[in-house]
Design a protein around this ligand. Sequence first.
Ligand SMILES: *[C@@H]1O[C@H](CO)[C@@H](O)[C@H](O)[C@H]1NC(C)=O
Ligand SMILES: *[C@@H]1O[C@H](CO)[C@@H](O)[C@H](O)[C@H]1NC(C)=O
Ligand SMILES: *[C@@H]1O[C@H](CO)[C@@H](O)[C@H](O)[C@H]1NC(C)=O
Ligand SMILES: *[C@@H]1O[C@H](CO)[C@@H](O)[C@H](O)[C@H]1NC(C)=O
Ligand SMILES: *[C@@H]1O[C@H](CO)[C@@H](O)[C@H](O)[C@H]1NC(C)=O
Ligand SMILES: *[C@@H]1O[C@H](CO)[C@@H](O)[C@H](O)[C@H]1NC(C)=O
Ligand SMILES: *[C@@H]1O[C@H](CO)[C@@H](O)[C@H](O)[C@H]1NC(C)=O
Length: 315
Amino acid sequence: MANPYIALLKLTSIFIFIASAFEQCGSSKTFTLVNYCKETIWPGITRSDNHSGDGFILKPGQSTEYTAPDGWSGRIWARTGCNFDNSGNGKCQTGGCGSSINCTGPGSPPATSADFSLGELDFYDVSLVDGFNLPIAVKPMNGTGNCSIAGCDGDLRQNCPSELASKENGKVIACRSACDVFDTDEYCCRGTYGKPATCLPSNYSKIFKQVCPVAYSFALDDPTSLITCSKADFAVIFCGSRNQTSCSYKDKKVVCNGSSNSKAYKAIPQSWLILLLFSHGMGPAIAKKREKKGRVRKQPHEPRSVGTFYCLPLG
Ligand SMILES: *[C@@H]1O[C@H](CO)[C@@H](O)[C@H](O)[C@H]1NC(C)=O
Ligand SMILES: *[C@@H]1O[C@H](CO)[C@@H](O)[C@H](O)[C@H]1NC(C)=O
Ligand SMILES: *[C@@H]1O[C@H](CO)[C@@H](O)[C@H](O)[C@H]1NC(C)=O
Ligand SMILES: *[C@@H]1O[C@H](CO)[C@@H](O)[C@H](O)[C@H]1NC(C)=O
Ligand SMILES: *[C@@H]1O[C@H](CO)[C@@H](O)[C@H](O)[C@H]1NC(C)=O
Ligand SMILES: *[C@@H]1O[C@H](CO)[C@@H](O)[C@H](O)[C@H]1NC(C)=O
Ligand SMILES: *[C@@H]1O[C@H](CO)[C@@H](O)[C@H](O)[C@H]1NC(C)=O
């Protein structure tokens, strides 16, 4: 005869287990993309597993939400001067990633990028290693840890050295990196210049650094550029400078002043199906198989006595 007290305890622990499963599976992260530029931009986002990605339009003053699952790493940048037809085909002056509004490859340089690697501790940076097309500031919201604002204070297009300037109709539309223009080991930090002791700031990267003090201005510009933060949501602000962006939570959504929400964009799966598998034998095998397909995230601390759960993202 089973002790009713033990039975209740077991039931309670199963409830706690399921509740924690929901919490862990749902630990996605919100990126709020804000366009403070005077012109329309078409942000691009890469996915972790391959170079395909997403893309959409963002008009001046608009903001949009993008949800990434826990553990996502990738980059966010802006395409400028794009012309897409009704079926979403066309091209861009900078940052293009294939011939569709949805990216089919990485953004082509020159383009400023915001890079993320999410985990227990999130790593993020703004990078000018592939050049600059517009200022970006990355502001973590409600995180714990360092959580500094990454990015730019000004617009490098206005003081781009002429030998690096990328022009369209006489107007500077982007500033290329010295590596991209001169393709030398020294500027690209390759070969004997590939080590921290030899990969040094150049007179060009110093100009980049002045405009974007918390951004990679050359390949190994780590100490001042790579930042960490835990449990934050992120605002990615195009054409905003580090000190003049004020964002706050309103109804659990990140709102930055001067922007209006356009739409919630959720191409990265956001809702999760919790699968409880009470059979020990088949659990890990299924997980392995699904992990290979990149569809399932196995949770690190599975309580053994109850079973194993897996989170299946629902597209
Ligand atoms: C890239 O990943 C996405 C989703 O993860 C998938 O739909 C797409 O088919 C993949 N593309 C390639 C070329 O593997
Ligand atoms: C781009 O992707 C979105 C969702 O990821 C899809 O709804 C849309 O139809 C795609 N557009 C084009 C032009 O492929
Ligand atoms: C940077 O240095 C190179 C060679 O050392 C020189 O030719 C170039 O004019 C310099 N550029 C700037 C912007 O100082
Ligand atoms: C945060 O990290 C950056 C880059 O690593 C560093 O420059 C900065 O001093 C740190 N700030 C704090 C408050 O620790
Ligand atoms: C913001 O930064 C710019 C450039 O660094 C500076 O000129 C300005 O005074 C700063 N504004 C505030 C409010 O700190
Ligand atoms: C963010 O932090 C502020 C101040 O600490 C707090 O009032 C607010 O509830 C937090 N918002 C969320 C969504 O965590
Ligand atoms: C946002 O607010 C800050 C401080 O209140 C201000 O300096 C800045 O100009 C504002 N930005 C926009 C785009 O309204």
